[in-house]
Design a binder for this molecule. Structure first.
Ligand code: ARG
Length: 247
């Protein structure tokens, strides 16, 4: 019993008529960033941003693939063409804008400060630079602390500890190697759920999320903006916000 060999008909099809000739974009994500993007136990990308991207792709007639990458190297990966966009809770900042373009904003967040429940430190101690702070490298939480506490001389640079991912910040908080963890509130809430920790303060940074795209990819930017606009006007947007506890 031999397997039937599948024969390919020798018919040439003009490329513009080839079915499946759909543009595929690779989306860079942080694979450990719930509720926006994370890799589940089966290795699939999940999360609010992942589902949003899939909806937009369908709406705009392209396909998407997800590529988990280290957060700190994600803009270099975009510039090098390893990925086509970053859709992973990325705050629009002036510094990032110098290198890449951003879609219209789609969510607004504050920074949160998590402490161990039994911690004697207060949020005033944090703001006076008297605590050891843990932050994920390259995040706006790390940058806020650098600019407002370290650069002002309130806090020693040694007391700001950097991590490549947020789960290790939480582990070190639990082990009391740091006193405070700073991160985007919804993700912080998610990360400390079920742990003996609490969010004692929020910093209203006024920051908003956008999808990062290379400056020259103006066509993709337009598709993403139209797709986002359509998504946010669709009832599915509200469903997603509820599903990922963002309302
Ligand atoms: N919104 C913050 C920033 O842009 C934190 C992002 C962390 N995102 C992530 N995918 N790890 O820096």
């Amino acid at each position: 019993g031999s397997e039937p060999v599948e024969s390919t008909p020798e018919v040439s099809v003009p490329t513009e008529q080839t079915p499946g000739d759909v543009q595929i974009y690779t989306i860079g994500i942080d694979g450990e960033y719930p509720p926006y993007s994370f890799i589940d136990t089966e290795g699939n990308a999940q999360g609010f941003d992942v589902e949003s991207a899939k909806w937009i792709a369908k709406n705009q007639g392209f396909e998407v693939e997800f590529q988990p990458l280290a957060w700190d190297g994600i803009i270099p990966a975009l510039l090098a063409g390893k990925i086509d966009m970053v859709y992973s809770g990325m705050t629009i900042t002036d510094e990032r804008y110098e290198k890449v373009n951003f879609s219209s904003p789609y969510l607004q967040v504050d920074q949160g400060l998590a402490f161990n429940n039994d911690s004697e430190f207060t949020t005033e101690d944090f703001r006076a630079g008297k605590t050891v702070v843990g932050a994920q490298r390259g995040t706006t939480g790390a940058i806020w602390t650098e600019e407002n506490l370290v650069a002002t001389g309130l806090m020693s640079a040694d007391n700001l500890k950097y991590y490549d991912n947020f789960p290790s910040v939480v582990t070190d908080l639990q082990n009391k190697r740091i006193d405070v963890a700073i991160y985007d509130v919804p993700s912080l809430r998610d990360a400390i759920a079920g742990k003996p920790m609490e969010i004692r303060d929020q910093i209203d940074t006024g920051e908003v999320y956008g999808v990062a795209i290379r400056k020259e990819d103006t066509e993709l930017l337009e598709k993403m903006n139209t797709g986002l606009e359509n998504l946010m006007a669709d009832p599915y947007w509200q469903e997603l916000l509820e599903e990922y506890k963002l309302v």
